[in-house]
Design a protein around this ligand. Structure first.
Ligand code: T4K
Length: 402
């Protein structure tokens, strides 16, 4: 228990947590279930290229989110790139800047200019009202991102895309099993994408998928995933190696068996943070809407430094010194990093809310490795740092260590 700010590890005290607590620690389901499958695939000597586990994994994801086609890809970024190419996007595409940089890079990699649009500060998602103003004769599409698994304004974006004859896709990297208007994410726009990276609620070590109800698009994505091979030795289009391996699909299948448990633990952790921090002025644990079937894989804190005295970055420094590795996703915003920062025309509208939010947001450790006892410790440190906010800030401003 810290009594004075001298007890903080940042100022020489003992860290309150001995083993580092990470954001993004992987969820691992039943080991035996994974190992049994690894034995199977070794016995079969079928390691990649459309093996039975990839097939089975695709069917499970499609049925989980009630979508016609799931095409498993080796990671989420390549899933986006293949989708962007399959839809023949070109010129400019409107995206939020408040997202992981992969969303913007997937466009840039294909020679398409991402045009950054501001977000709605309430939802942290693309502000559909501003999207229309950014459409030019070069615009070919819109990518909405379901940040933190909270679905973006799908209805408004669909209306705009239809009216202006644009392609619409969604980056659902965070939104597996989440619901918008009674339908699962995966069913909107021309297609959507999921990430199954190690840090995601359900992981395949590395992995991703394109999901769609469009038969032709699904066929094109499947071709592109496999060098454009339509048959044994017939190549009918350009393609790449985007295949998921059998061992990754085996991990995905094992993880699927534990998905309910992962969600339950995330929900429990989220409630624990919410309960312990709800009365702290200047801190907001970003809420989820039960009707959207949230997976709670991110616990997101918004820090209002005018009220707390301590800034988000100072709070993060306090936590890191205590071995609590909170993350400031998605700092500093895509438009503030290369190559976009050197190209001011990428910023379509003033990104007022994005720039405000990237300075306030801090993701806290959660997932199946995080216990209620750890959350008690994390929240104790946070509350302590807020109580002594003015002193900590004063000390850090006089002796900057950040
Ligand atoms: N769109 C969006 C909206 C996304 O958020 C992402 C990925 C993508 C697209 C692209 O999907 P992928 O191509 O990745 O499938 C991490 C993940 O690498 C990235 O997948 C994720 N978003 C992003 C939000 O987070 P970093 O740069 O924060 O990774 P890193 O290495 O710093 O790890 C994060 C934390 O996880 C650390 O605290 C350590 C911990 N960790 C990580 C790994 C890999 C572990 O404890 N064990 C592990 O095995 O990007």
């Amino acid at each position: 228990m810290k009594k004075s700010i001298e007890d903080l590890a940042l100022f020489g005290g003992r860290p309150s947590v001995t083993e580092k607590l990470h954001v993004g620690r992987p969820n691992i389901g039943t080991r035996e279930s994974l190992l049994r499958r690894i034995n199977d695939l070794l016995d079969r000597r079928w390691l990649t290229n459309h093996g039975p586990f990839v097939d089975e994994f695709e069917q499970h994801i499609a049925s989980l989110v009630h979508v016609k086609h799931c095409i498993a890809i080796c990671n989420g970024t390549l899933a986006l790139q293949i989708l962007i190419r399959a839809l023949e996007l070109k010129g400019e595409v409107i995206v939020p800047s408040f997202t992981f940089v992969a969303t913007a890079h997937a466009l840039e990699w294909q020679g398409i200019t991402p045009v950054f649009c501001d977000i709605d500060p309430r939802t942290h998602n693309l502000d559909a009202r501003q999207v229309e103003d950014l459409i030019t004769s070069r615009t070919s599409g819109i990518i909405g991102v379901h940040v933190w698994g909270r679905p973006c304004d799908v209805n408004s974006l669909t209306t705009i895309a239809r009216k202006r004859n644009l392609r619409l896709i969604f980056d659902g990297a965070h939104a597996l099993n989440c619901v918008y208007g009674g339908r699962h994410v995966g069913n909107f726009g021309h297609a959507e994408m999921f990430s199954f990276h190690a840090t995601k609620i359900l992981n395949t070590f590395e992995g991703g998928a394109v999901v769609t109800n469009d038969d032709d698009l699904a066929r094109t994505v499947r071709l592109m995933r496999n060098f454009g091979f339509a048959d044994y030795d017939s190549v009918v289009s350009v393609g790449i190696n985007g295949k998921m391996s059998e061992v990754c699909a085996a991990m995905g299948l094992a993880s699927l068996e534990s998905l309910d448990e992962f969600t339950t633990v995330n929900h429990r952790n989220y409630n624990a943070y919410q309960e312990r921090l709800k009365n702290v002025s200047g801190l907001d644990v970003v809420p989820y809407d039960e009707s959207e079937n949230p997976n709670y894989q991110y616990v997101v804190l918004e820090v209002d430094a005018d009220v707390t005295q301590i800034t988000r970055d100072q709070l993060q420094a306090v936590l890191w010194a205590e071995n609590i590795l909170a993350r400031r996703y998605f700092y500093p915003g895509c438009h503030q990093v290369e190559p976009y920062i050197s190209r001011p025309f990428s910023v379509g509208s003033p990104l007022t809310h994005t720039e405000y939010l990237v300075k306030r947001v801090l993701c806290l450790p959660t997932g199946t490795t995080v216990t209620i006892e750890s959350i008690d410790e994390i929240c104790e440190i946070i509350c302590f740092a807020i109580t002594y906010g003015a002193q900590i800030r004063h000390r850090l401003e006089r002796h900057p260590i950040l």
